[in-house]
Design a protein around this ligand. Sequence first.
Ligand code: TRH
Length: 368
Amino acid sequence: MDRVRPAMLWDIFCKVIDNHGDIGVCWRLSAQLARRGERVRLWVDDASALAWMAPAGEPGVTVLAWTAQAAAEPGDVVIEAFGCDPEPQFQAALAAASRERATQPPWINLEYLTAERFAQRSHLLPSPVLSGAAAGLTKHFFYPGFVPDSGGLLREPDLARRQASFDRAGWLRGHGIAADPDTRLVSLFCYEPAAIGHLLQQLAAGPRRTALLVTAGRAASAVRRWLDGREQAQPGWLATSRLSLTWLPLLSQHDFDHLLWSCDLNFVRGEDSLVRALWAGRAFVWQLYPQHDGAHHAKLAAFLDWLQAPPSWRAFHQFWNGGTSQAAPLAVPAWAAAAQAARERLLEQPDLARQLLAFVQERRGAAA
Ligand code: TRH
């Protein structure tokens, strides 16, 4: 805790559109603010994933039903994640509180993570509210990012210490995963990449033995679907290959991190798991959330540029994200070296919660 001022009460709003990223990011942010001594109310329309993501909760964070906000008195700071507007009643209460307090609580729209230039240009820009119950108030955009003039990435202050004392062998043993030094460990968290069959065949062919640790949900379904077809065509294919599969249960976020720290190669997807893969400092492959208009290809290109990815890494990412049907080989050692260098660059940046706190204090100071 690096605080001498009184705690603020933060209202964080989260709507779960699909998948786990919305609540995953909001939970990590809430927990990190609470660990810095802040008080957080997390308003969410579907909190069910927190039962496995954060079973222990976090002192200082109260999870509240989205519908309960209508009767709430606003706290000191409002964060809406990914442009999800609070309910009109809460916005009206915020406008009233601003009048009574003669100052508006900072209201921040926490945006999606991207390395594209527009994010840096838009970071911290004001956005006046022109209509509705909160007309006349101002929100500010807050863009996470990979470079110093962005909002940074979520990172716990004790991350490096926890990584240094992590008992990899013990964690693997505890999850029933054999840690034979000759076997390469690969984690898989993905949607339904067309290249899944190619990956499985590549791992199955060797030359090293690979244990593929498949996360629960869409990744497991995608692997099972492909394997069923393959086994029908060639019964016993998997058993005679260099590939073994472990089907993981849903892990807490802590254990999801431990999984990434334990593997030689991590397949991740979306937003939060990408950040965790970067902190793991291991080779990784990112599958972006596919957009109908193909916008994810520009987003991937910007990220690979920032990453200073060697050509083999770029090629595999294009293939894994459906940007090309040209199959690409794995080159784990070269990717690992670039991943470690990227992690070092990122560690020099202040983390997102710290930057958010600084911005909020600046706004409150300016308004006082
Ligand atoms: O679930 P996602 O695909 O979420 C995505 C992204 O956030 C994307 O930006 C958004 O537009 C889209 O949803 C709608 O991937 P992401 O962001 O990595 O979130 C997964 C979360 O789930 C992350 O916090 C890690 C957590 N997780 C666990 O805690 N345990 C697990 O076992 C698994 C598989 C995931």
